[in-house]
Write a protein of this length. Structure first.
Length: 501
């Protein structure tokens, strides 16, 4: 295997004490050793096998990763003797769940904490089986992100589940159930039972691959075979950009007008129970950005017709921040205020949904329905304590060390650097964009072939993995603890490969 550039190896070694940090005391474990040897041998003999017999999810094959040494954005490759032979910097890490590097934070690399995570993962206890301080701490942290008043926390019901898709499905099922109950009590003869109700989603949106979430996903190539005709996909009122990254006000206004006319056509009908939107960014659909005013107007339409507004923040929660003097939250201020239901996942490790009982009640719907039906959600295996513990520890670390500031600052630095590059290479890259107070950005290439060539050059020549979005874009979300050396290394690599295009 080719060796990574010298500076990358040195950065990985010097900035993080890779070789000085090892797993707990090694003891003979015949079962584990056998598994490791067998799996490594199979990968060496058939490196592409997993792409045909498992979920590939668009990953780049880097070889057998040493998970005992890998951390944060660093994928460490070792040989049979345990010597480091390669390092990849992975900005796709688990679709952005690796928001922190445990080697940078003592509490996240503590042996007892890591041991406890292992025990919890082995036992696989779930909230449907027993009560735990872990669940209570996780739920309380999630509630605190939606209100700064202790007495108002219980206004937000938190339902953890095992995947983002299930969180979205729970949100949709609840929306249909709330509307169905209202009409059932009002008129038992109108036939608006839950299984007859429909929803509205936006084109280019991605909400998951299973159940109702798959039907809300607009990408027909990925989930169209699961559509049952219960979701209407309407034109998206996202921001239109000029090639220089400035907003095209006229086209943006026109998009919104077309979208809202289509949206209102369905909201007025009784059989439509909810509208779901990724906010402020449709990530996989091409990093399409909604502005705050658009969400306000969407919310007004939902209020006008008494329909549920679901904000899907599985990818954007923890990437978009509310920053006030005495209140900081990994959700946008307008989401906290306007959404009836918010889904979360990714950087929180546990996935799920949050229900604003006050907003739901103001629409003439019954908050009691949610509490009465909580046991119906997410299947028996709702979530697990290992994910809730790691999620709680990570978010606690981000809040206590104020790493959200660093995430926003590093995003701004990289955003400005890419904008500068776009002026140097206007024939190659354009439309550098990000939403306000968001640690998430993107830029586009002149065509898909150029984008894919750049991504390949970054992987082959710089050992850096980047994630694509839409047809021509690269999307980027800095880890919350990304340091200056890592930013400099990234930008140096990007500039070198831009010259090579």
């Amino acid at each position: 295997m080719a060796v990574a550039p010298t500076e990358l190896l040195e950065l990985a070694k010097n900035r993080r004490p890779i070789e000085s940090v090892s797993p707990p005391e090694q003891k003979p474990n015949s079962a584990l050793d056998s598994l490791q040897q067998h799996g490594t041998y199979l990968l060496e003999q058939q490196p592409d096998r997993l792409e045909h017999v498992c979920h590939p999810s668009g990953r780049d094959a880097t070889g057998p990763i040493d998970h005992a040494l890998s951390h944060g954005i660093y994928d460490i490759i070792t040989n049979e003797e345990g010597k480091i032979v390669n390092v990849f910097i992975d900005f796709t890490s688990h679709w952005f769940t690796s928001i922190l590097d445990r080697f940078k934070h003592a509490n996240l690399n503590d042996p007892y904490y890591l041991w406890l995570l292992g025990v919890l993962a082995q036992e696989k206890g779930t909230p449907t089986e027993n009560v735990s301080w872990i669940e209570m701490a996780f739920v309380d942290i999630m509630q605190s992100f939606f209100t700064k008043e202790e007495v108002e926390k219980d206004n937000f019901v938190v339902l953890p589940v095992s995947t983002g898709s299930l969180g979205v499905t729970d949100a949709i099922d609840t929306a249909k159930g709330l509307i169905s109950e209202k009409y059932l009590l009002k008129d038992r003869e109108n036939g608006l039972f839950t299984n007859h109700l429909k929803g509205i989603a936006f084109e280019s949106g991605f909400h998951g691959r299973v159940d109702d979430a798959a039907e809300a996903t607009a990408n027909q190539a990925k989930t169209g075979h699961k559509w049952q005709g219960n979701v209407e996909h309407v034109f998206t009122p996202t921001v239109e950009y000029n090639l220089d990254g400035s907003i095209n006000e006229e086209l943006t206004k026109r998009r919104k007008q077309i979208s809202f006319e289509e949206l209102e056509k369905y909201l007025v009908k009784d059989e439509y129970a909810y509208l779901i939107v990724e906010y402020p960014i449709q990530a996989e659909g091409g990093v399409n950005i909604f502005d705050k005013q658009t969400l306000i107007e969407i919310s007004d339409l939902c209020k006008k017709y008494g329909k549920l507004l679901i904000v899907d923040d599985v990818q954007m929660g923890g990437r978009t921040w509310t920053v006030e003097e005495d209140f900081v939250s990994p959700f946008a201020e307008e989401v906290i205020e306007l959404a009836d239901i918010v889904t979360f996942g990714k950087v929180f490790h546990a996935n799920g949904s949050v229900y604003n009982l006050k907003n739901i009640k103001e629409k003439g719907l019954s908050p009691k329905y949610i509490k009465d039906h909580a046991l119906h959600y997410g299947g028996t295996h709702t979530s697990d304590f290992a994910n809730m513990l790691s999620g709680a520890m990570i978010m606690k670390t981000i809040m206590e060390e104020e790493l959200w500031k660093n995430a926003l600052d590093k995003t701004d630095e990289i955003y400005q650097a890419i904008k500068n590059l776009s002026s140097v290479f206007p024939e190659l890259i354009n439309t550098v964009r990000k939403a306000d107070n968001t640690a998430y950005m993107a830029w586009s290439f002149k065509d898909q072939a150029t984008r894919d060539k750049f991504k390949k050059f970054m992987f082959d020549n710089e050992y850096i993995k980047l994630l694509t979005a839409g047809e021509t874009s690269i999307r980027f979300a800095p880890p919350a603890d990304m340091d200056n050396d890592e930013v400099a290394g990234l930008m140096g690599a990007i500039e070198r490969q831009m010259v090579n295009l």
